[in-house]
Design a protein around this ligand. Structure first.
Ligand code: ATP
Ligand code: ZN
Length: 302
């Protein structure tokens, strides 16, 4: 594959920027795979080409994705809301702020944390503090919204957790998933200031690029829909079908099929769009259902 071919104007191939390596990258590649897309990488691993659709994937650091899309170097991007909103709040996207579609994965929280021994009851308690963070714009916006007086940010690009011990800050504002890192460093969460998930950003697009982007979005929506969705099959007394339909979570209208050799019992088939848990199955059984099967759905197109 020719190295210079990436994203050339006029080739009609859609350009999409994704994280090259990291937490977001793993889940992004998984999403593309579930969309039925396979990638062939260039020798220098700066981009990859999608085989099944006219899409070129630019492999970059996540921090660069919002600007690449806002600046028009890439048509689409997949990036954490934390990174995107920080760039936007920092005024670095200019006037061409892209459209945003939440993708439901890479969920994490941006939290302000304090030394465990500090007492904390409300945002005003942060007054006058120095907060170490790599999200200064989001942190400052939140401090202003909450009316916190005299707090400042200290920009650090890693090892925030040790900033209070080093005496360079009084608090930190960083991504938290389990809180284990904070705990190990003698810190506790005081406030969650932003809940993040991966976003598809880009557009509005026109012409051929729009057509490809729409087709990709349709596949992504199909993957999102099928993530929790289950195909449920069971046998039930005809008289219980209505009650059973009400128990099935977010179910479509069921298909009712005759069972050989009996008039009282029928087979019920339906798609549930929300997670089916053991409590649902127990309730179904109580209503007279038997031979209950819950199957994964690989793909779904509305
Ligand atoms: P890069 O080298 O691309 O700059 P990075 O070190 O900034 O990578 P990662 O740690 O790979 O970034 O995280 C990328 C994104 O994944 C985060 O910005 C966030 O949106 C998301 N994420 C999801 N879960 C977590 C988590 N537990 N900790 C940190 N980030 C997470
Ligand atoms: Zn990064």
């Amino acid at each position: 594959m020719a190295e210079e071919a990436f994203g050339e104007a006029g080739t009609g191939r859609l350009r999409m920027a994704v994280q090259k390596k990291g937490r977001l990258a793993d889940e992004t590649f998984d999403l593309l795979k579930r969309c039925g897309l396979s990638l062939s990488q260039s020798k220098n691993r700066l981009y990859a080409r999608v085989q099944e659709m006219p899409i070129d994937i630019l492999l970059v650091r996540d921090d660069d994705i919002p600007a690449l899309v806002a600046g028009g170097a890439s048509d689409l991007g997949i990036v954490g809301g934390n990174v995107f909103e920080e760039e936007r709040a920092g005024g670095r996207l200019g006037s061409r702020v892209p459209l945003v579609k939440p993708l439901g994965f890479s969920k994490c929280r941006l939290c302000i944390a304090l030394p465990k021994e500090d007492t904390y009851s409300q945002p005003a308690d942060l007054g006058g503090m120095r907060i170490a963070t790599s999200y200064p714009a989001l942190t400052e916006d939140w401090l202003e919204r909450e009316g916190v007086k005299g707090a400042t940010t200290v920009v650090m690009n890693g090892a925030h957790e040790i900033a209070p011990r080093l005496g360079v800050a009084d608090a930190v504002c960083d991504i938290v998933s389990t809180g284990g890192t904070l705990d190990a460093n003698g810190l506790k969460v005081a406030e969650t200031i932003y809940r993040s998930e991966a976003l598809l950003i880009g557009g509005p697009l026109e012409g051929e690029a729009k057509k490809v982007a729409d087709a990709l979005q349709l596949r992504i929506e199909g993957v999102q829909r099928s993530r929790d969705a289950k195909y449920v099959m069971l046998n039930a007394p005809r008289s219980a079908v209505e009650a059973i339909s009400k128990v099935l979570p977010a179910a479509d209208k069921p298909t009712i099929l005759e069972l050989a050799g009996t008039a009282e019992k029928v087979a019920v088939h339906t798609v549930c769009r929300e997670a089916v848990v053991w409590e649902h199955l127990e309730e179904l059984k109580r209503l007279g259902a038997s031979a209950i099967l819950v199957l994964d759905i690989d793909k779904m197109l509305a």
